[in-house]
Design a protein. Sequence first.
Length: 175
Amino acid sequence: MSIVPARPWHGDPRAATLVFGVLPTQDPDVVRSAAALADSLSASLVCVWADPRNIIVNVHPDGSIATIPMDPDAVDDADVPTDEEQLFARLEEALVGVPTPWRFHYASGAPARALHESAEDLDAVAIAIGTRQAGFGHWAIEKIDGSVAVRLAHHQHRPVVLIPRPEDGHKEERP
């Protein structure tokens, strides 16, 4: 069993909240774009990661979360930083100096469900996610698991905002 610590707010939280789905491989520019969007909405940013490899077994009163791996043979090595610890460190690095109040929230399971539940719990103004990464592997995973954006758009009432990766931007000029 592992314990995921409750992560504090960076800055004073605002009345409104934007929920943002993050991934361990998230481009830092996309994270900063989500923070800028939250700031333009006068909202705080809550970065939610749905860990596909662990199951939450208990949420403690201090906000920390007890998890167990879905794979019973998974090694729980205390000397190796967890995916959660690495992602949190990457978020801290990407958001250093950003004026938007933010915090990291750990969840598990299906990303669309985790984002929806977080948005419900926080009464978020919207849910933002980055666009799918390029490449056949990511395309195939989306075809098998389905699009998180489509699931969110069809199964909850909040606006869903897609934030493109920098390389997805204006590749060619259109007339």
